[in-house]
Structure formats: structure tokens, C-alpha cells
Design a protein around this ligand. Structure first.
Ligand code: SRM
Ligand code: SF4
Length: 560
């Protein structure tokens, strides 16, 4: 069989797509179905959308011999997760008009709307465009939303890093005008073959992610990215970035060739220009050497392991024309969001509010959606989403603090944020049911109630002040980064999870499988044993993740 014949079917769809146009216009015009054709399902991802259906209603629809209840999810491109208050108001209205109404903050600092019917997709994109927002390249085999450390208090250099996240995002956008033609009615090109030296006509073998951390906070989980950048600050100057390559969390149950991997630091580049050049060439190397036959093995992490780090370093240096310097020292001491009011370096204030698993809605905990809208209408706070699925209101003047505080309080968001347990505050879950087609088990709809059952156990063993990181995903793809948690739950079947233990607090060690296919009773029993042992046998200041690794996973090495 020739190389060409062995390519995965998605490769042909990409190369035949005429610059990501596919037959999207015909698919959209076909009102006999709420879906689009199979090739266009792949093409539309590059425009930031996924075709989904309501999994809660599949059986009912099938019994009535009706087509699945198809709808689209759209994901915005927001490098560093920043929005103006006017843009938040726009998103609020668009969500109310066209989607389920829930605004979802993702684990990569952006926003998703679910449940858009086919006819609503174009008006939605046009409304986003009117608010200077787009969804270009937030999905598909291309560089995705660039994540960047959220907390402005830590250093005056955050704005610079956020500016760089934007520069990277712009530099790695596809050159095709397809998005503008299809959704925004830009005049169509007659020759639809725009030159794209980076992506050419085949794009990348697989999705690609970049995150920037500013030590000591690793809130972006920098090592889980294909490229992780660690900002190096010396004498209050941002001098450049350590570059780490080959992070990625997905594995497939039963496929031992797939595995999660943390990115490896390969060196340091000075300044933005050199760093951007190195990033660009890492993408070209992955474009040229990544696996295009088996999509399960196509992420950068596998290309890194296949070719080896020394080869990668040499190839990057060959393509960029400069040497990577030895990595500079850095230290991470946290991954958490700093909830509540914090003073920023510039004399302004920011408030980080807890949005459980990123679901912005009004519920029994707080009228979060109403609250954020009201704050946006004051125009007195900027919006930033964190990689832990929360929202930060920033750039607030001292004189406006009481006003914002009153709104937060009146809608219950302040109480929910400040009175929630540490366990809840540091928990994260992916979307899973009812929209994710790959979900094997619940995640964001289930973890809140599981946390409520774990809270009394934590109190029973005197561990309520611990900031243990608990994460759940509905399948092993890792969207809620559960393999990078101290306690991770990975869905294996409806109501069943693998329990993973032993990740560290700062995102520099993955957890490992502890128990397989456990139901809720098993989870509660296992964790009660863990909490009891931790309370009794922990070393001074030992985190639960470190303890679990030492005492439960490697008991042979246990000293206490
Ligand atoms: Fe993810 C696929 C949701 C972050 C690894 N992810 C999906 C899809 C689109 C399902 C699909 O392919 O049809 C999910 C849509 C669910 C829905 O209804 O909204 C989905 N992923 C999410 C989000 C929304 C989870 C959340 O609750 O926040 C996150 C959106 C991030 C963003 O704004 O871009 C999200 N996904 C992640 C992360 C975490 C991260 O990037 O920090 C990972 C693990 C890191 C990594 O990439 O290795 C992740 N998602 C995956 C994978 C596995 C990729 C692989 O290497 O095999 C898939 C499946 C795939 O691509 O085939 C996937
Ligand atoms: Fe869906 Fe699995 Fe990602 Fe959760 S981890 S959103 S279940 S693909």
C-alpha cells in the first residue's frame, strides 16, 4: 500500500476541502436534516464548531423514529481568556437567543455555547463578529486557543505575556478566508487556493495546544500542552521563555500505545521574536513528521517520543537558524485560582469568582449569569477566564470595589465563592453528558454532588483546609485534565470511574491508576480510606497527592 493510501480519512478531507470550505454552504442550506455531511463535520471544526446531539434524548427520538436532536457547539478564540465587559454582554445575549443559555467556561480559558440549531449558526457567528469575537481555529488539526496564566497580582509582566499569547494566536492562524466567506458573507475568492506556508493544504496531523505559565503559578497546567512556555523573569524583566514540548493527556482504554505525557523542557529562547520563531518551527516539524495514518498516535507527544528530544532540539535549531540556550531555573508552587478580592500590582483590584465547572447559569448556588451580566453593564470590570474554569473580574478601581462587591453579594456569587469548601474550589470536571459524543460517564453534572458527599469525610478527618485538586472526566481523553490531578476520576462506563491517585499539587507529576471501574459506593469507601490514612500518617505539610503516591501506590517505600 502506498503512503497516500494509508493516510487517515481525515487527511483526505483536509486536502480536498479547498481551504476549509468543504461543502459547508450546501450542508447548511439542506433543511431536510439538522446535521451536516460527514466531511463537513470535520471541516466545520476548523471554524470552531462541533456537530453534536442531545444524548439524553437519543432513545426517545429513536423510539419515535426521529432523527437525533442535532445541534452545534461553538467555541470562541480568546487568547489568555480576556473579554471586555461589552463583549460579555454580547455573549450573554447571543447565548440567550441562540443556544441553551448556559455559557460554558472551558479548561483552556475560553467560552462555549451549546445547542445551536443549524439555522442559528450563521447569525451567531455574525453576532460574535459584531462584538469583535471569532471562533477561528478553536477546534480541528491546527493551533487552538492559546492559554496564559491568569493572575495579574503576581507580576506587572502579565499584560506583556497576554499580549504574546495574542501574537502567537495571530501568527498561527490559517490563511484561508473561508470563515469570512461562509459566515460573514465576504466576497468569494475565485481561486480558492490561498498560500499557507505553515499549514499548507494539509494542516497539522492533529490538534495542537500552547499554554504560557508565569511561575510560581502553574494555573495553565503548562506541561499538559503540546508546547508549554514558562515565562522567565529576571530583575523584573521578562527575558524570554523556557520551551517544553510534547504534553498531552489522552489515552484510550485498552490501547497501550496511547498514554498521557507531560511536556519536556528542551531549552530557553530569549525575547518574543526568537520564541515565536521556535514555536513556528516546532509546528512545521510536527506538520512534516507527525503521524498521519493513525489519529490516535498523531499528537506531538508521540512524534517527540518517536524522534527523541536530542533530534528535536537539533531540528528546531536547524530550522530556526539559532541555538536553544540551556533552560533557565524556574519554580512552581501552585496551580490554584486565588478566589475573592486580590490587589493587583497596578493598584487596581480583581475578584476571582467560583463558577462550578465553568457553567455560567443561574442555579441554587448563585445567580451567576445575572450577576456577571449586571457587572458587565457597569463597565467597571474586565473579564478573564481561568484554566480552572472560573472567572476573574479585573481592572477594578478601589472606588468601584463596593459596587462590584454589592452585586456579587446580592446574587449570591460572593457567598458561593467564599463559603465553598476547598475541595469544591479546587475541583474541575469536563462537559461529558449530555452533549459530548465521546462521554462514557457523567462529569460536570455529577462531580458537584460527589463533592457534597466527600465534604463530610474531609471534615471527619480534619482535612478541610487542604487544597487538594480533584478532577473528573467522562472518558480518558482528559478534557478536565484528570490525569494531572491529585485525585482523578476517569469515566469507564455510565456510573463507573477509574480512580487515579498520586499527582502532585503543582502539575509536574501525573497520577497513576489506583482502582478500576469503581461505582459511587466504591469511590466513597476508597477515598475515606485515603483520607483516614492521610490524617494519620502524613508527613509534615505532605499534600494528599504526594502522600497517596508514597503510601498507597508505593507502600513498599513507606517509612511511616
Ligand atoms: Fe477536549 C474532544 C471538550 C479541553 C483532550 N473535548 C473534545 C470534544 C470536542 C468531543 C469531541 O471530539 O466531539 C468535547 C466537547 C464536549 C462538549 O460538549 O462541549 C471536548 N475539551 C473540552 C472542553 C470544553 C472541556 C471543558 O469542560 O472545559 C475543553 C475545551 C478547551 C478549549 O477551550 O479549547 C477541553 N480536551 C481538553 C483538554 C485539556 C486542555 O487542553 O488543557 C484535553 C487534554 C489535553 C490534551 O489535549 O491532550 C482535551 N478533547 C481531548 C481529546 C483527546 C485528544 C487526543 O490527544 O487524543 C479529545 C478527543 C479527540 O480529539 O479525538 C477531545
Ligand atoms: Fe467528552 Fe471525554 Fe472530553 Fe469529557 S474528557 S468532554 S467525556 S471527550
Amino acid at each position: 500500500m502506498s503512503e497516500q493510501q494509508k493516510l487517515s480519512p481525515v487527511e483526505k478531507i483536509k486536502t480536498d476541502s479547498q481551504g476549509l470550505r468543504g461543502t459547508l454552504e450546501q450542508s447548511l442550506a439542506n433543511d431536510l436534516t439538522g446535521a451536516i455531511n460527514d466531511a463537513d463535520i470535520q471541516v466545520i471544526k476548523f471554524h470552531g464548531m462541533y456537530l453534536q446531539d442531545d444524548r439524553d434524548r437519543r432513545d426517545e427520538r429513536a423510539a419515535k423514529k426521529l432523527e437525533r436532536l442535532y445541534s452545534f457547539m461553538i467555541r470562541l478564540r480568546l487568547p489568555g481568556g480576556n473579554l471586555t465587559p461589552a463583549q460579555w454582554q454580547a455573549v450573554h445575549h447571543i447565548a440567550g437567543e441562540h443556544s441553551t443559555g448556559v455559557i460554558k467556561i472551558t479548561t483552556r480559558q475560553t467560552l462555549q455555547l451549546h445547542g445551536l440549531l443549524k439555522a442559528a449558526v450563521k447569525p451567531t457567528i455574525q453576532a460574535f463578529d459584531a462584538a469583535a469575537l471569532d471562533s477561528i481555529a478553536t477546534c480541528g488539526d491546527i493551533n487552538r486557543n492559546v492559554a496564559a496564566s491568569s493572575h495579574p497580582a503576581a507580576s506587572p509582566l502579565h499584560a506583556q505575556v497576554h499580549g504574546f499569547a495574542d501574537t502567537i494566536s495571530q501568527a498561527l492562524m490559517p490563511k484561508t478566508r473561508a470563515y469570512y466567506e461562509i459566515w460573514l458573507d465576504e466576497e468569494q475568492l475565485i481561486d480558492k487556493k490561498e498560500d499557507d506556508p505553515l499549514y499548507q493544504h494539509r494542516y497539522l496531523p492533529r490538534k495542537f495546544k500552547i499554554g504560557i505559565a508565569i511561575p510560581p503559578n502553574n494555573d495553565v497546567d503548562v506541561f499538559t500542552n503540546d508546547i508549554g512556555l514558562i515565562a522567565i523573569i529576571e530583575n523584573n524583566q521578562l527575558i524570554g521563555y523556557n520551551i517544553a514540548i510534547g504534553g498531552g493527556l489522552s489515552q484510550t482504554h485498552g490501547n497501550a500505545d496511547t498514554y498521557p505525557r507531560l511536556a519536556s523542557v528542551i531549552g530557553f529562547t530569549e525575547g518574543e521574536e526568537k520564541t515565536l520563531k521556535a514555536i513556528y518551527e516546532i509546528l512545521t516539524i510536527q506538520r512534516d513528521y507527525g503521524n498521519r495514518t493513525d489519529r490516535k498516535l498523531a499528537r506531538l507527544k508521540y512524534t517527540v517520543d518517536k524522534m527523541g528530544l536530542p533530534w528535536w532540539k537539533e531540528e528546531i535549531e536547524r530550522r530556526t537558524g539559532f541555538a536553544l540556550e540551556p533552560a533557565r531555573p524556574y519554580h512552581f508552587s501552585s496551580r490554584k485560582d486565588l478566589f475573592g478580592w486580590q490587589a493587583s500590582h497596578d493598584g487596581l483590584w480583581h475578584y476571582t469568582a467560583l463558577v462550578e465547572h465553568g457553567r455560567v447559569t443561574d442555579d441554587e448556588n448563585a445567580a451567576t449569569k445575572t450577576c456577571l451580566y449586571e457587572i458587565a453593564t457597569t463597565g467597571k470590570a474586565q473579564f478573564r477566564f481561568t484554566s480552572n474554569q472560573n472567572v476573574m473580574l479585573y481592572g477594578i478601581h478601589e472606588s468601584d470595589k463596593p459596587l462590584i462587591d454589592e452585586v456579587l453579594h446580592r446574587h449570591g456569587l460572593k457567598q458561593f465563592t467564599e463559603q465553598s469548601s476547598e475541595l469544591r474550589k479546587h475541583s474541575m470536571a469536563c462537559v461529558a453528558f449530555n452533549t459530548c459524543p465521546l462521554a462514557l460517564a457523567e462529569a460536570q453534572r455529577y462531580l458537584p454532588s460527589l463533592i457534597s458527599k466527600l465534604e463530610p469525610l474531609v471534615v471527619k478527618y480534619g482535612l478541610e483546609k487542604d487544597e487538594t485538586i480533584v478532577r473528573m472526566t467522562g472518558c480518558p481523553n482528559g478534557c478536565g485534565r484528570s490525569v494531572a490531578a491529585e485525585i482523578g476520576f476517569i469515566g469507564t462506563a455510565y456510573g463507573r470511574y477509574n480512580i487515579q491517585l498520586g499527582g502532585d499539587r503543582n502539575g509536574q507529576r501525573l497520577n497513576v491508576l489506583y482502582k478500576k471501574d469503581v461505582d459511587e459506593a466504591g469511590i466513597l469507601q476508597t477515598l475515606e480510606e485515603l483520607f483516614a490514612a492521610h490524617a494519620q500518617h502524613r508527613l509534615p505539610a505532605e499534600t494528599l497527592g504526594d502522600f497517596a503516591l508514597r503510601y498507597m501506590i508505593h507502600p513498599a517505600t513507606t517509612i511511616v
